[in-house]
Design a binder for this molecule. Structure first.
Ligand SMILES: C[S@@+](CC[C@H](N)C(=O)[O-])C[C@H]1O[C@@H](n2cnc3c(N)ncnc32)[C@H](O)[C@@H]1O
Length: 218
C-alpha cells in the first residue's frame, strides 16, 4: 500500500541553537522525529542519520529507546552533539559518502534532513562548496550515490525517510520532487507524508514533506 498521509506536529525545538550557528536554524523538530519513530520503528531498533547536523535524531532516539548512529561532516556541530549524547562512539565526523569505510551495524530505519540546494545555485553543500563539484546535477547524483551506499547498510525492506522542503526563497526550487526522482533510482519510493507545523512560522514554509522509501533492493 502506498503511503500518503498528513501529520500535524510541533515545530518547537528542545534546545536553543548554539551561538556558532548565528541564528541559522538547520534542524528538524524533535516532535517530527518522534512521530516517525513511532510509525516506523520499535524500541531497540537501530536508526541511522547520514546528516546528523545538530543531533535531533540522536537526542530523540536516546530518549525513546532506539539506538542512533550517524555521520556529520562539520566538526563544530559534531563536537557539540557529541558532548550531549550517551552513544558517543555511534557518532562519526566525516563524509557520509564514505560510510562504507566506517564500522556501522545493519540499520532498521534511516531518517534525515539532507543539506538543501536550490536548482539555480552552484555551491554544492555535499562537497562544502568545492568548485570542482559545483552544480545541482552533481548534488543530486551525489545524493543518489550516498543513498545507494546507505541501502547496503539497511535491512531488507527497511524504511528510509528523507525530510525536505521545496525551496521558496527568491525563486521556487522543487527540491522534494527532484530528490524523489533521483533517490527512487536506488530505493523504492513508497509515498509521502505531508507535515503541517502546529506553531507559527516566521520565515520559511508552514509545512514540510517526508519522502518515504523502502530498501527493496530494486
Ligand atoms: C539540514 S542539516 C541536518 C539537521 C539535522 N536533521 C538536525 O535536526 O540538526 C544537514 C547537515 O549535513 C551536514 N553535511 C553536509 N554534507 C555532508 C556530508 N557529505 N556528510 C555528512 N554530513 C554532511 C551539514 O554539515 C549539516 O549539518
Amino acid at each position: 500500500m502506498a503511503i500518503s498521509d498528513l501529520l500535524t506536529v510541533s515545530n518547537r525545538h528542545q534546545f536553543p541553537l548554539p551561538d556558532f550557528q548565528n541564528g541559522d536554524e538547520i534542524r528538524f523538530p524533535g516532535a517530527l522525529v518522534s512521530a516517525l519513530l513511532d510509525r516506523f520503528t520499535k524500541p531497540g531498533d537501530v536508526v541511522f542519520d547520514p546528516f546528523v547536523g545538530l543531533g535531533t535524531t540522536f537526542f530523540v532516539c536516546e530518549q525513546r529507546g532506539r539506538l542512533p548512529y550517524g555521520i556529520e561532516a562539520d566538526r563544530q556541530r559534531y563536537e557539540w552533539v557529541r558532548e550531549r549524547i550517551t552513544a558517543k562512539h555511534h557518532l562519526i565526523c566525516g563524509d557520509s559518502a564514505e560510510l562504507t569505510a566506517f564500522d556501522l551495524p545493519e540499520m532498521d530505519f534511516c531518517i534525515t534532513s539532507p543539506p538543501y540546494m536550490p536548482h539555480w545555485h552552484k555551491w554544492n553543500p555535499l562537497y562544502n562548496g568545492d568548485p570542482d563539484y559545483d552544480g545541482y546535477d552533481v548534488y543530486l547524483k551525489r545524493m543518489q550515490e550516498i543513498y545507494g551506499r546507505i541501502c547496503k547498510r539497511m535491512k531488507t525492506d527497511a524504511y528510509l525517510v528523507v525530510q525536505a522542503d521545496n525551496l521558496t526563497s527568491e525563486q521556487f526550487s522543487p527540491l522534494v520532487w527532484d530528490l524523489g526522482r533521483a533517490l527512487s533510482e536506488v530505493m523504492t519510493l513508497e509515498g509521502e507524508i505531508m507535515v503541517n507545523w502546529s506553531d507559527a512560522v516566521e520565515n520559511g514554509n508552514p509545512f514540510t514533506q517526508c519522502l518515504v522509501f523502502r530498501n527493496t533492493g530494486a
